[in-house]
Design a protein around this ligand. Sequence first.
Ligand SMILES: *[C@@H]1O[C@H](CO)[C@@H](O)[C@H](O)[C@H]1NC(C)=O
Ligand SMILES: *[C@@H]1O[C@H](CO)[C@@H](O)[C@H](O)[C@H]1NC(C)=O
Ligand SMILES: [Cu+2]
Length: 268
Amino acid sequence: MFSTLAFVGLISAVSAHGTVSAIVADGIFYEGYNPSYQYITPAPVTVGWKIPTDLGNTFIPPDSYTSSDIICHLAATNAQAAAPVKAGGKVELQWTPWPTSHKGPVIDYLANCNGPCETVDKTTLEWFKIDGVGLLNPTSMTDGYWATDVLIANNNSWTVEIPPSIAPGNYVLRHEIIALHSAGSADGAQNYPQCVNLAISGTGTANPAGVLATTFYTPTEPSILFNLYGTLSNYTVPGPALYSAAVSITQTLPAAPTASASGVYTQS
Ligand SMILES: *[C@@H]1O[C@H](CO)[C@@H](O)[C@H](O)[C@H]1NC(C)=O
Ligand SMILES: *[C@@H]1O[C@H](CO)[C@@H](O)[C@H](O)[C@H]1NC(C)=O
Ligand SMILES: [Cu+2]
């Protein structure tokens, strides 16, 4: 155990990026995935998709936008648990402390697994965007006031509302930060996608059309090859159009979770 913890300490010392360490779904706390879990026997079962090869706590660069790594991060494999949440309910994503320099948009997508997300082939998932926030004020703060600044101000967390209209089922939530601090150079943007399994209940009937994650972004589009340090004016959040019934919410400091949960849950 000591050696595992020492190794985790080493990982955080050499990197300044981040992962989703936990989520809170309808008030209940669930642990995210940490690459150190591969050294624990038995490995913890989490709602966060597994990224054991991400020991360097790294990002996905634009030259990997057509690779399966862009779907749920580096060589990600299916989470083996799901967090129940109601359509219309809220999911809070808790990040490890996000570096203030890593400014950029925060984006959320859902994909229906049409069956258990524990075994779905990630390359078949078709995603629709439910949230996307980018540049909020080009002249406030050094290099603008961005979604990531809001995330940091809310204790490194971001809350997303599950659209009330969608049909119940097992979905993967793909939550992503794109850090733009090096994006003025080719292949310099840094994508941090993180996936969690949700078992969504409700009475909605909508099945929004989605697209493959490998078609979301291109390396040279204006919102990816982007100079953060110039005179900022406008920024279009990249990726497909927002789902028409997506619900935009105001980010606030989240309330403490009402309970902690663990274990496998799948919507039948
Ligand atoms: C901030 O988030 C951490 C977990 O990331 C939590 O332990 C802490 O209680 C939170 N603080 C506040 C003020 O909500
Ligand atoms: C800003 O707006 C201009 C003019 O519409 C457009 O050409 C450019 O791509 C936009 N930049 C971003 C990053 O959205
Ligand atoms: Cu970084």
